[in-house]
Design a protein around this ligand. Sequence first.
Ligand code: GLY
Length: 392
Amino acid sequence: MYEDLTRKNDNAIFEIFLTKKEIEKAIDQALKQIKLNIEFFDDLFPAPAATKGVYKRISNTEWTNGFWTGILWLAYQHTKEPGYKKIAEKNVTSFADRINKKVAVNHHDLGFLYSTSVVSEYKITGNKKAKEIALKAADCLLSRFQPNGRFIQAWGDLEDDKEYRLIIDSLMNIPLLYWAEQVTQNSKYGEVADQHYRNVINTVIRDNGSTYHTYFFDRKSGKPLKGMTKQGYSNDSSWARGQAWAVYGIPLHYKYRHNHKDFKIFTGVTNYFLNRLPADFIPYWDLIFNDGDNQPKDSSSGAIAICGIAEMLKNLPESFSYKQKYVILLHKMMRSLIDNYANKDLKPGAPLLDHGVYSWHSGKGVDEGNIWGDYFYFEALMRFYEDWKVFW
Ligand code: GLY
């Protein structure tokens, strides 16, 4: 049984609602940091997470590179300043090269990479070259489908038995396939995305709406075997970012398929997430933790969940039981990110959002900003500012 939304003291106190002026101020602050970072990164990209408050510069080889280009497109969308467009387009050339030469694309994160950097360009400028590049990325993602288990394999070689699994993050990668279906009118993309989506929903989401990070399958029979974590605290806890990927991935599935069954599943994972938010409405890195546990927060999970809830609110009917509570919590989370997590200390190479966790187990990016946190923070601000044209 999914949980009811049981939070107390979340009544409609009107001061909690953010005004357009407050959002504008936060966007202006973010743009100042982005301008500094454009000079700092030049032709390179930020590392996935900051080190001591500053991103190292890397080439286009990580699963996270699309987020920086996505930030540039968001900045261009908002300001219409050609400078942002020029650099974003330069980045896109690098993404063309990456997919043509198959550089570090032996994984499922093609959606994270290409929806934010290249589909975004196509949607903003209509550039046909961008469409072709993103379709190549969609084809590459399609090639990771395992017909026996009917899922897209997340990591590693397709023949590797130890990697015969899907992961919850993939809910954000399959919108690339839905977009490809839409622009090509070729159903092969949507068919794979649908099969994978059903498999994710039926395996990683537990009965109470909490989630596993990854789920293994039996190669011979194709049957689901067991849920395990990689980045979460334990196999039976809920990694906050994994839960947030579901809070956003389900509305993105709804965007393309308009399946009302998604409302219930969305409520399950979202209520579980919201019920575990600490006093400042931004989660610890795993939902097993709360105030007093002396663990780091993951601000990026908050930003991702805001985008997901905002997307689903567009579709939930007025009569939907949790709609009003979701709106209030959305504002509380966003205000907390702006007031307590947004970096106000301008410095070249610094993140927009501090206090994230990349990988607690490996000690990477713990209590540091990360580039997807920056991207989803800016996307969330844009969603508050206007009826944002969705890249995904
Ligand atoms: N998709 C990898 C992560 O969220 O860290």
